[in-house]
Design a protein around this ligand. Structure first.
Ligand code: FAD
Ligand code: NAD
Length: 472
């Protein structure tokens, strides 16, 4: 068969850009197809705007603290237009990195149209049929809209229009106490909105409950309200919305944000015609990210599994490596990190304690170090939180960190889980004083403490001491 390209990549978000760029930089002929904005969710409606908003909110909160450490700041004055500008300046700053021009320079043919798969090796786009030995689906996800009666008749926000708001909400009602719900709840509260979060069960359900409790306590102390139940029905109009919680109260607010999970963008892609298997949570893939049609990969948010920018990027480079080298390349999630950028942050790499206990039962041990013993944290008056090391023997299965800048502390643990550096190496590393990363050494050392100061080393030391006394 004569092909128009070596690889066709559908979707120009973190996953698709990495896959297409990787293949093109190795000299393959690549078509990169994006129907909407280059950069996808992360740049335009996800990580970048949300983290910019979080930063503005932190600034307001610090000022709200008034007198602290002998320094008094004036109460914050929030001008939403300035916050909005900061968000969009951050997007504009990063945009060139994900731009059509940059990917064309790398050698991709960038096509700005909606694509549809028409065969094992063919894609229809903009009136053309492209063909390639390998196709990569990287079409991302969109907000899940839960079945809330009356929602069709009420104006609501999702992450797709939240960052376009032209005013600060008076009272923001958030459906969903997951990652988006919690990050946005704290930010809008800090900027001055009243905020109510509605969630049926545990907040941030996939994270360590002890860590989440620290965050929940902080949000409650900052007067975010939580209502535990399912959003059932809603009525009203812009500025006056009332939401009924199942077996719970009716909540009235000015704005409604739906943050109730994600749905893979897979409809209208022609998957069923080609025989690509899908499940409730997206396209089904194997460890190499191949779909049930082996010439077609699916990576990032559109496939079944965790949805994170760095994972989309990782899968993109993995698939690029497999396509360019022709060698099978499995994705390994053993040391997958994620972080929720609330204040304090909740960061996780590898297994949570609950996951580890499910798999390894009582072979699992846990070491916990609080930031209240970390001298930098004490000097900064930021001692909330802890590091929890989940171990099997001396092997790290996972680490949970809750505290200021927790996400920055994950890297050595990822090296440890993948076997590149053991807990002994970490426990004996020289770490700059005073830094919050000293907590890593403290926890690693605590895991070794019973062994290091155990009976055998003590016996050896006693022999050395005896010999020294005899010889001097
Ligand atoms: C508010 C929010 C905050 C977030 N914060 C973080 C964070 O801090 N850290 C983190 O790791 N993750 C975060 N995420 C998750 C992260 O944004 C996603 O995991 C990531 O962007 C997914 O990348 P992707 O390339 O798989 O999909 P996307 O970025 O969604 O890209 C898919 C692209 O495919 C295009 N497309 C779809 N169908 C077609 C078609 N038929 N033809 C052509 N093009 C098509 C779409 O237009 C889109 O641009 C956040 C998400 C949200 C919503
Ligand atoms: N820092 C980060 O890495 C980051 C930040 C934001 C988003 N994300 C990604 O974005 C994705 C989406 O996040 P999310 O917060 O929307 O999903 P989520 O799955 O984290 O949370 C959704 C929450 O909505 C609740 N919910 C569902 N239906 C409801 C109803 N009818 N009433 C009340 N509550 C209801 C669920 O119980 C759940 O707690 C995740 O995949 C996440 O990985 C990542």
């Amino acid at each position: 068969m004569k092909f128009t390209h070596d690889a066709i990549v559908i979707g120009g978000g973190a996953a698709g850009l990495t896959a297409a760029g990787g293949c093109a930089l190795f000299g393959l002929k690549v078509a990169l197809i994006e129907a909407h904005k280059m950069g996808g969710e992360c740049l335009n409606n996800g990580c970048v705007p949300s983290k910019a908003l979080i930063t503005a909110a932190k600034r307001a909160q610090e000022a709200r603290r008034g007198e602290w450490m002998g320094v008094t700041l004036a109460p914050p004055q929030v001008a939403w237009a300035g916050v909005h500008k900061h968000i969009h300046d951050a997007i504009a700053h990063i945009e060139p990195h994900d731009s059509q021009e940059r990917f064309e320079e790398m050698g991709c043919e960038v096509i700005r149209e909606r694509a549809r798969i028409t065969g094992r090796h063919s894609v229809a786009v903009g009136g053309r049929t492209l063909t390639a030995p390998r196709i990569v689906i990287a079409t991302g996800s969109r907000p899940t809209i839960p079945p809330i009666s009356g929602l069709d008749n009420v104006p609501y926000l999702t992450n797709e229009n939240l960052f376009e708001l032209r005013e600060l909400p008076g009272h923001l009602v958030i459906v969903g106490g997951g990652v988006i719900g919690m990050e946005m709840a704290q930010s809008f509260r800090r900027l001055g909105s009243q905020v109510t979060v509605i969630n049926p069960g545990r907040l941030m359900g996939r994270d360590d409950p002890e860590a989440v409790a620290v965050v929940q306590a902080r949000l409650e102390a900052e007067s975010t309200a939580f209502v535990f139940g399912k959003a059932q029905s809603v009525s009203g109009s812009f500025g006056a919305i009332t939401l009924q919680v199942s077996d719970g109260p009716a909540i009235s607010g000015t704005h409604l944000l739906i943050a109730a999970g994600r749905t893979a963008n897979i409809s209208g892609l022609g998957l069923e015609d080609v025989g690509i298997e899908t499940g409730d949570n997206g396209i089904i893939v194997d460890a190499r990210r191949r779909t049930s049609v082996k010439s077609i990969y699916a990576i990032g948010d559109c496939r079944d599994g965790p949805r994170l920018t760095h994972l989309s990027g990782h899968e993109g480079s993995n698939v690029a490596l497999e396509i360019t080298t022709g060698l099978p390349t499995k994705v390994n999630w053993k040391a997958l990190p994620w972080c929720t950028y609330t204040d304090p942050e909740v960061a996780q790499v590898g297994m949570t304690e609950a996951d580890a206990r499910k798999e390894f039962g009582d072979k699992v041990t846990v070491v916990k170090e609080g930031f209240d013993h970390n001298e930098r944290a004490i000097a900064e008056d930021a001692t909330d939180g802890f590091l929890k090391l989940v171990l099997k023997g001396k092997k790290v299965l996972g680490v949970t960190i809750v505290g200021k800048n927790a996400g920055e502390l994950l890297l050595p643990w990822s090296q440890s889980i993948t076997g590149k550096s053991g807990t002994f190496d970490m426990g004996s590393a020289i770490i700059s004083y005073p830094t919050r990363s000293e907590i890593a050494k403290a926890a690693a050392f605590a895991a070794w403490e019973p062994t290091v100061f155990g009976s055998l080393p003590k016996k050896y030391v006693a022999v050395v001491a005896k010999l020294r006394r005899a010889m001097n």
